[in-house]
Design a protein around this ligand. Sequence first.
Ligand code: ADP
Ligand code: MG
Length: 183
Amino acid sequence: METVFIGFGSNVGDRVDYCDRAVTLLSLLPHSRLAGVSLLYETEPVRDRTDPGEGWFLNGVVQLETDMKPRSLLTTLQEIERALGRDDDDRSGPRTIDLDILFYGDHVTKEPGLTIPHPRLHQRRFVLMPMNELDPLWVHPTLKQSVAQLLTDVPDQSHVRLLFPQPSTRYGSRPTCHVPPGS
Ligand code: ADP
Ligand code: MG
C-alpha cells in the first residue's frame, strides 16, 4: 500500500455537491482505503497557467492508502472528472471538478502526462493549506521540505479561507490522520 494525496477543486455549479461526489467516488476505489479528508477551503482563482474563470474554488485534499499504480490512478481520476461533467474541450476553463495526484508515497515521476509530485503544488496555498491539515510533517520527496515548511514559505498570497459553515457530508465525522487513538 502507498499513501497518496489527491487534491480536488471545483468552481462551477453546486461546488459542495461536486466535491462530495468526488470524495465518495474516491472512497469506493478498488484496492484502496480512504484514510483522510480535509475540510473544504474557499479559494480565489489563481491564474498561474490557465484561466479558470471568475468563480471562487472549493478545494480540499483526500488521503488514500492504495495498491493502484500511478497511471491507473490517473486514468481513474480522469474518468471521475468526466463522470462529474468536466468539459474536456476546455480543460483550462471553469471546472466542475479537478483531481490531481499531489503525492504518491515518495515516488518521483516525470513522464508525458504524469508528473509526481504535482509540479505546482508547492506554489499553491490552496493545496498546501488542506495538505497541512492532513499531514503537516509530510516531506516533499524532491524539495526535502515538510508541507508545514512549504506553507510557511509559499509566496502565493491569494485568499484561502475555511468554508463556513462546513457542509455536513455523508462521511459523518471525518477521519483524521496522524492523531494516535486516545490523544
Ligand atoms: P491543472 O490541474 O494543473 O489545473 P489540468 O487538470 O487541466 O490542469 O491538467 C492537465 C493534465 O495534467 C492532465 O492531462 C494530466 O495528464 C496532467 N498531469 C500531469 N501530472 C499530473 C498529476 N500529478 N495529477 C493530475 N494530472 C496530471
Ligand atoms: Mg488537474
